[in-house]
Design a protein around this ligand. Sequence first.
Ligand SMILES: C[S@@+](CC[C@H](N)C(=O)[O-])C[C@H]1O[C@@H](n2cnc3c(N)ncnc32)[C@H](O)[C@@H]1O
Length: 374
Amino acid sequence: MIYIHIPFCKQRCIYCAFYSVSTVSDKQKYLDALCKELECRTNYLPDRKITTIYIGGGTPSILSIEQLSKICHTIQSNYDIANVEEFTIEANPEQLTMDYLQALKQLGFVDRISIGVQTFDDDKLKMLNRRHSSAMALEAIKNAQKLGFNNISIDLIYGIPGMTLQQWQKNLDIVAGLNVQHLSCYALTVEQGTMLDTLIQKAKIPQVDDDETIKHYNALQRWIENNGFIQYEISNYCKQGFEAKHNSRYWDCTPYLGVGAAAHSFDGSSRQWNIDNVVAYIEGINNANPIYSAERLSQKDMYNEYIMTALRTAKGLDNDVLAKYRQYWSEAEKLLEKYIYNGMVLKTECGYKLSKQGFLFADAIAADLFCISQ
Ligand SMILES: C[S@@+](CC[C@H](N)C(=O)[O-])C[C@H]1O[C@@H](n2cnc3c(N)ncnc32)[C@H](O)[C@@H]1O
């Protein structure tokens, strides 16, 4: 698995806490460094045979097709991509013109597009500081479909301050007519230090209303049942057979190589992450002195990560895996009783999973099951 990070955005969304910069003058130098990193780290993964590739951001569609082509061909020359099962690019609607999509199709590597729609409500798009309109998002999806892209995902956010249940429902009604294969629906999180956080503190935007967010989540659950989607992870929904392969493998703890500023990598036992600064990243790569931090994961870390990620999936926790962590799990298992009793956790044939209502409290339940002793 290869993840490529493109940390550029034309402007910052008010809710976003991910690393990105809006000065794109370093774009070409960044790409050169990124390709150099791809060439230098061919031995990072136990196997050069790559099964999935994901270009994420930031805003990867800020890149020209020539720049994307350079990344794709660098991967092709340095790794075995003959068996790649999924190649995703994240894209923002305003860049997905017919010309851009046509050139992307011609380039021939990408077979899945994840479009950052966020909402089909123009007032909310403005409030969130997005550059596109609802009409642009609809046009982008239709253009991609016309050109034969048949694995399209859209990102939506619910629980936006001031968004009524009817407005959220209208978003879902629009999606029902789009014939997309995959949906990522996130409850809006107010991340510390974001513009959203500041605006809420200054009372320029109302607080997130948790009760309203729960109503949106419940409406989403009803919608997916009526529209032939399945929930395979807390925020991810798809038509049968269209689970995101790349993301699902993160949750299975498959090793992956992450390239670019702020990108994380995992080799099966340790995790490392590149510096989250474009200029320092470029300098490090060019001086053959890449700047990154690393940590070796202890058994306890692996256990906690497994609990956190597996609990967020529809499959849930697997007894065979839990058996490997018996020393931590035997204590945690006792705590499950109360969650089973109140219907948050369900027993499955091979382990435990969260119920639909349990997903709403996934972080708190996972934290309860973590091992925090030394
Ligand atoms: C890393 S972002 C980048 C995607 C893309 N460049 C875009 O903004 O359209 C991936 C997705 O995470 C979601 N996201 C980011 N911050 C969030 C927040 N604070 N609350 C809820 N969802 C968030 C958005 O739906 C976004 O599309």
